[in-house]
Design a protein around this ligand. Structure first.
Ligand code: SF4
Length: 689
């Protein structure tokens, strides 16, 4: 009706939760969200999951910060924007003056927009003069990006989410796809139901997709590299490889063959627990299938050999010719809505936007022209190194946007020590988070529904978000906050709209050369790389791989067994991850009443065998103790885990019970990504049901 139309507004936006990147219209009456209606989204069609459909109350939560906070002894006081921005600019200048630019470090948010991630690294490099900048892909998908960069040259999904339905065989490895990437999982399930594809799931936990798979294979923790090596070796030894593809498009076969020389099926059976017969049948199947794609996530990357295993997946796809056609290729599944974008935009210690090296001559020249500064050549600190540097007194100050680092980085107690050692910490978020407790200044940020910008989802698809409602009074979009400090430090950026930031990104980034807000109008999207004329590339590697000679490179990796196998003192293996209803640490989803009621807290999944042996029942309180800390949780006896495996979702209602109090600092040897999945604990029973 006309009356309704007067009050009700319909605005297109992109989901702020996971990397699938569902887009939809949000119907609002002022700040009141009436409904979320998926329309023409490329990634999702007409689907959303529970978070995308109902998970929006956090925007209007009474917990939102509405004024900057400044530390005053043990307390915080509200301050004006001018006072807070002045203080941050002054302290940054003092610290840089006293200790040099590398005494400061910056963390971009994977929940903020591309334009905002771009500005964080611009701030670090232009205003401060340091490469100490990173984003949370360090905690998740850096090993996958690296493994793909080493083998095919681009650290992103090789095709689109829709393309996955064209596969004749989908293999998932270490991915709880149905809960972590729900709408993408519906495409897998549908293709399987329609008889188009078979699904093989590798995981140590029998999650939902595992129960639906044509074949569910449960290797021992941290041994994916071994079965991948053995299957690849069997294919090569038995002449089952795609010879034409290898001859025409791939380098490094001899070294690769040598590197997997010891990976016989018998060795793989001993190491992984999967039978040699099953692995042989799988090798034959992969070689015979028309189109194979592999989806993987944290079960692979958050291990000591995350990069090597990611490269091993890519190797298997290469020797069987599974790149460059619809329904083939590598799909590392990105966690956050814009974790792909935060890396694409150069919030990384060694690369600026578009994965251009800080040492690359052309890149340095382009930035010199645009920013008036010479990029520093040496690699900066990554997330994991920043806190160590703080503890050792080299790092004095950090600015963290939208990351609950104190709970999401591994070894939370160690992290706390790092935060306490900092001279000056700035935190920017929607709420007074656990990390904010250590801050000297807290900036109240606007939520994604309250601003314009772009996000890039797991399939490299760039999508626009529009302002559903104005920023909550007292808050500002992140890009304006960075501008406020830059201004006060003598760099007048002068952007009036995020589209101007995108124009700068396009000028500096060959893979974004043709990205403009006009081309992204409404539901229009672009998958990078985007040529100047606006041609994008939803499917990569159709003709060449991203190396100078156009050929892919097989990577001779190394098996890095887990370091924390259970022992006498800590006799249980601890696994952790997401659950459908909550997102990561839960700062947003616990503020959604319906979700908090449905899933009120984390728990620890205990196998039926272990429960019988130790007389544990669901609901019983237990204490998990590791070498790093202890948490208290209720047990849930389930068939999803077996033997001495435990599983804890990463979203605890109480900060002190977050699973990362238990995890250690060991990590992937190449990227420093913490090996969250490689941990041992003991379990103490606390009370009755
Ligand atoms: Fe949002 Fe991911 Fe759910 Fe889509 S699948 S609605 S992007 S959380």
């Amino acid at each position: 009706s006309a009356a309704r139309d007067r009050y009700v507004k319909k605005t297109k936006t992109v989901c702020t939760y996971c990397g699938v990147g569902c887009s939809f219209d949000v119907w609002t009456d002022e700040r009141h969200i009436l409904k979320v209606e998926p329309g023409l989204g490329h990634a999702n069609g007409i689907s959303t999951c529970v978070k995308g459909k109902f998970g929006w109350d956090y925007v209007n939560s009474g917990d939102r910060l509405t004024a900057p906070l400044i530390r005053d002894g043990d307390r915080f006081r509200e301050a004006s924007w001018d006072e807070a921005l002045d203080l941050v600019a002054r302290r940054f200048m003092e610290i840089r003056e006293q200790h040099g630019p590398d005494a400061l470090a910056f963390v971009a948010s994977s929940k903020a927009s591309n334009e905002e991630a771009f500005l964080v690294q611009k701030f670090a490099r232009q205003v401060i003069g340091t490469n100490n900048v990173d984003n949370c892909s360090r905690y998740c998908q850096s090993p996958a990006s690296k493994g793909l960069a080493l083998t095919v040259g681009i650290g992103g999904d090789s095709g689109t989410i829709r393309d996955i339905e064209n596969a004749s065989l989908i293999i998932t490895v270490g991915s709880n796809t149905a809960e972590s990437h729900p709408v993408l999982a519906t495409r897998v399930k549908r293709a399987q139901k329609l008889g188009r594809t078979k699904v093989v799931v590798f995981d140590i936990r029998e999650h939902e997709l595992a129960t639906r798979a044509d074949q569910f294979l449960r290797p021992k923790p941290g041994t994916d590299f071994v079965w991948l090596g053995a299957v690849s070796k069997f294919i090569l030894d038995n002449d089952l490889e795609d010879k034409a593809f290898l001859a025409g498009r791939v380098n490094g076969l001899d070294e690769f063959r040598e590197s997997i020389g010891d990976f016989t099926l018998d060795y793989a059976e001993r190491e992984t627990g999967l039978s040699a017969g099953v692995l042989e049948a799988l090798a034959r199947q992969i070689a015979a299938e028309e189109r194979v794609c592999v989806l993987w996530a944290m079960g692979v990357t958050q291990q000591c050999g995350g990069t090597d295993t990611s490269a091993a997946i890519s190797n298997l796809l290469l020797i069987t010719g599974n790149y460059g056609k619809l329904g083939t290729g590598a799909y590392p599944l990105r966690g956050h809505n814009n974790v792909q974008g935060a890396s694409d935009m150069g919030a990384m210690p060694d690369q600026v936007s578009g994965y251009q090296n800080v040492t690359d001559e052309l890149t340095v020249q382009r930035h010199q022209r645009e920013w008036g500064v010479t990029l520093r050549a040496q690699r900066g600190l990554d997330n994991t190194q920043m806190l160590d540097a703080a503890i050792h007194g080299q790092l004095k100050s950090m600015w963290i946007t939208g990351e609950e680092m104190s709970l999401t980085d591994a070894n939370a107690n160690h992290l706390q020590e790092g935060f306490e050692a900092l001279e000056f910490l700035v935190v920017q978020d929607l709420y007074f988070t656990n990390t904010a407790r250590y801050a000297d200044v807290v900036f109240p940020a606007a939520a994604s529904l309250e601003k314009e910008g772009t996000f890039t989802n797991t399939e490299r698809r760039i999508q626009r978000l529009y302002e559903v409602m104005p920023p909550l009074k007292g808050t500002r979009p992140d890009w304006q906050i960075y501008m406020g400090v830059a201004d006060r430090m003598g760099h007048r950026w002068g952007y009036t709209h995020p589209s101007e930031i995108m124009a700068e990104i396009a000028r500096l980034t060959p893979s974004f050369a043709g990205v403009t807000y006009e081309r992204l109008e409404g539901y229009n999207t672009l998958c990078w790389p985007v040529a100047e004329d606006g041609t994008d590339q939803p499917l990569l590697y159709t003709e060449r791989f991203n190396f100078p000679d156009g050929k892919a490179r097989l990577y001779a990796g190394k098996y890095r067994p887990r370091q924390q196998a259970p022992n006498e003192e800590f006799d249980l293996h601890l696994n952790s991850g997401r659950m459908l209803e909550h997102f990561h640490e839960g700062n947003m989803t616990f503020r959604v009443e319906g979700i908090a009621l449905t899933a009120p807290d984390a728990f620890v999944e205990v196998s039926q065998e272990l429960a019988a042996e130790r007389q544990i029942q669901s609901g019983q309180w237990v204490r998990l103790v590791s070498a790093h800390g202890a948490v208290r949780l209720q047990a849930l006896v389930t068939g999803r885990v077996n033997d001495n495996e435990l599983y804890v979702p990463m979203n605890a209602r109480k900060a002190q019970d977050a699973v990362n109090h238990l995890t250690g600092s060991q990590g992937d040897s190449v990227t420093n990504t913490p090996a969250y999945k490689d941990n041992r604990v003991r379990m103490e029973i606390l009370g009755e049901v």
